[in-house]
Design a binder for this molecule. Structure first.
Ligand code: GLN
Length: 207
């Protein structure tokens, strides 16, 4: 059984929960714990930071000491996935003093980097090891620099999905589709089928 935590203050919490519910409906043994207290982090095998408003989520995880506990646990190989605002929170440099990134990904981010024109759009994104998924971009950040992270997908020449060690982040929202493959990939980072956790990050099988 894999137990996944979802930071449960704001944003696409319910949508992530539904993704794991779908996965469990396919016969995978997964449980979800909403994380609103530091101590709740100790009962889960991996964590999702949802899309939403990164300044709000940041404020709350700081206030409840979840921020520091995530950092500590990550040193011991605790897998974390962030979507959109979640990716901003995982990054080293957010270029915004209101959001101090956790630095679990070496990336540099520009919040709302697609600007007003491109505030929201949906288009196919081709992901290494998965294939095409529907990328839902909502006031998406731009990854200006991936640092030492590896890129799993580009969209129009910009990296949109990256990982390093046990952190996986993307600028779009897989939780707003019905496609569970990215969530299953994350479960694989924790130690599931299809992908294996090698201790070095995700090893993509079948390439
Ligand atoms: N623009 C938002 C932020 O910076 C992220 C958008 C999202 O998660 N859909 O927090």
């Amino acid at each position: 059984m894999v137990k996944i935590g979802i930071v449960g203050f704001q944003g696409d919490v319910q949508e992530h929960l539904e993704m794991f519910t779908r996965i469990s409906g396919k016969g995978k043994n997964v449980q979800v714990q909403l994380i609103r207290k530091e101590v709740e982090l100790d009962s889960v095998d991996g964590l999702v930071i949802p899309g939403g408003e990164s300044t709000t989520i940041y404020k709350l995880i700081k206030e409840y000491n979840i921020y520091n506990r995530i950092k500590e646990k990550f040193k011991d190989g605790f897998p974390v996935m962030g979507t959109c605002a979640g990716l901003i929170l995982l990054s080293k440099n957010t270029n915004d003093p209101r959001v101090e990134g956790l630095g679990l990904l070496d990336s540099e981010i520009l919040r709302n980097g697609y600007g007003r024109q491109g505030e929201s759009f949906i288009d196919d994104v081709n992901i290494k090891g998965i294939g095409n998924v529907k990328g839902v971009f909502i006031r998406a950040p731009v990854i200006k620099n991936v640092g030492n992270s590896s890129v799993l997908a580009y969209y129009r020449e910009l990296p949109v999905m990256i990982y390093s060690r046990f952190a996986l982040g993307m600028t779009f929202h897989p939780e707003l589709t019905e496609d569970t493959r990215i969530h299953e990939m994350f479960m694989g980072m924790i130690g599931g089928e299809g992908y294996i956790s090698s201790g070095e990050g995700i090893e993509v099988l079948g390439e």
